[in-house]
Design a protein around this ligand. Structure first.
Ligand SMILES: [Zn+2]
Length: 435
């Protein structure tokens, strides 16, 4: 074994070089404040934030939280003393009672059932008419069933054991349009996924989680007590700010995230939307916090979108009323669902800007950040979409793997892991450096 003084010196030198290199590699990526990101998720996804919906102007409260952060960091508003851009829409909400009971059994809102977001105010007890695979899988029986009208009945569809795609489509149409004239429509589902609606349907729809009703005799009758509040002219808002660039201040790199979510379904079921999209807001704000003290070559714009869950209303409104020309957007990255990352990320519209996507993949490889950076075609699934339609170069990034909670009461801050949040943050800040 050679262990002379010379060798020891050589090992020392190599170690010092390695340490310097490691430190240098570390210094290349920007600082990240994980406590801040977690704090923003916890604030926005608090039960007191009421799911960032429309009851008690919870969305406006969330917008205020974002604007307050902008102000704190001295992110500049585009308009003097005003971070907001308003727009208008209608929305159906469930601020008070949402009760569904079978015989004497009260079901748990959000856990056992959801009402469809367009459900109108309904109160009454109705006889249940079952339509299950015995009927649905027999074409003659199904045709006979759906040719009738059920004006006094609540018709409950159980698609378990129905596999034929054409049949599924036929029944799907009956359920969504109530072509059978039922008093109400029910459906048994393996996953309850809620949403929010700008319109009110002509009939109530209730979705039950598989296992909640196991026997027909448990649900001979159903009682609905559903209160709604419909706003026909609600004022929503986007939150906008920027940090002036050091070299090319009239061109912008945009980071955006929607802050709205689904609100509440009655007083019990709060859809806090920790992953969707308190996590994306935390990412956008973490980036704003960084660039406020470390301005980049280009101006950096930060946008919190309202009305996303209602159909990308904030971003669609924005592209018609941009606060600076859309042509001045060098690139835009919209983030939504930043809370996991165990399996990496997906870059929506990666195919539209392949060289940019490739540079993101190269950064990921070099810094060994995420398991995978997946490419996907453009899709109308978040606020990048109206921009892409207008020819603005944009990506939409979401994280993959981990928890499965989505548009349900289980998308909570307590269980949001934020597994690769820091890695995505580093990837994005490194990506900015390539411009
Ligand atoms: Zn979302």
């Amino acid at each position: 074994l050679v262990n002379t003084a010379k060798m020891r010196k050589l090992i020392y030198v190599i170690t010092v070089i390695c340490l310097c290199y490691a430190q240098n590699a570390d210094a290349q990526t920007v600082a990240f404040d994980s406590a801040y990101a977690r704090q923003m998720v916890d604030t926005l996804a608090s039960p007191f934030s009421l799911g960032r919906g429309y009851y008690r102007n919870a969305d406006e409260n969330a917008a205020n939280i974002i604007a307050t952060e902008f102000y704190k960091f001295q992110v500049e508003p585009f308009e003097k003393n005003n971070y907001y851009q308003q727009f208008h829409f209608s929305v159906n909400t469930f601020p008070h009672t949402v009760n569904v009971a079978l015989k004497k059994r009260q079901l748990k809102p959000g856990a056992d059932f959801i009402v469809s977001p367009g459900t109108p105010a309904t109160k009454g007890t109705y006889k249940v008419m079952w339509c299950d695979s015995n009927t649905i899988n027999n074409r003659a029986k199904l045709d006979k069933f759906i040719s009738k009208k059920y004006p006094k009945k609540f018709v409950l569809f159980n698609m378990k054991g129905v596999n034929d795609e054409t049949t599924k489509k036929i029944v799907g149409k009956v359920i969504s349009s109530n072509t059978i004239g039922a008093k109400g429509i029910g459906q048994i589902k393996d996953k309850l996924t809620w949403s929010v609606s700008t319109t009110v349907d002509g009939f109530p729809t209730v979705e039950f989680l598989t296992g909640v009703i196991t026997k027909k005799k448990e649900a001979k009758k159903i009682s609905l007590d559903i209160e709604t509040q419909f706003y026909d002219d609600y004022t929503g808002r986007n939150v906008l700010g920027f940090v002036k660039g050091t070299e090319v201040p009239d061109s912008f790199i945009v980071f955006s995230a929607h802050y709205d979510h689904l609100g509440i379904m009655g007083t019990e079921a709060i859809f806090t939307g920790a992953n969707d999209n308190a996590s994306g807001c935390a990412m956008m704000l973490s980036l704003a916090k960084h660039y406020a003290t470390h301005p980049a070559k280009y101006s950096m714009a930060f946008i919190g979108w309202g009305g996303e869950e209602l159909g990308l209303l904030g971003s669609f409104n924005y592209v018609e009323h941009p606060v600076f020309p859309l042509g001045k957007i060098k690139f835009m990255v919209n983030v939504d669902i930043m809370g996991t990352g165990d399996d990496g990320i997906t870059v929506v519209n990666g195919t539209g800007y392949k060289p940019r996507f490739d540079s993101m993949v190269a950064i990921n490889k070099k810094l060994n950040l995420l398991k995978e950076v997946k490419i996907r075609n453009n899709a109308a699934n978040s606020d990048h979409y109206p921009f892409v339609e207008k020819g603005v170069p944009a990506f939409f990034i979401y994280t993959l793997g981990g928890i499965k909670a989505y548009h349900d009461i289980y998308d909570k801050r307590e269980t949001l892991p934020m597994t690769k949040f820091k890695e995505v943050y580093i990837l994005l800040t490194e990506f900015v450096k390539t411009f």
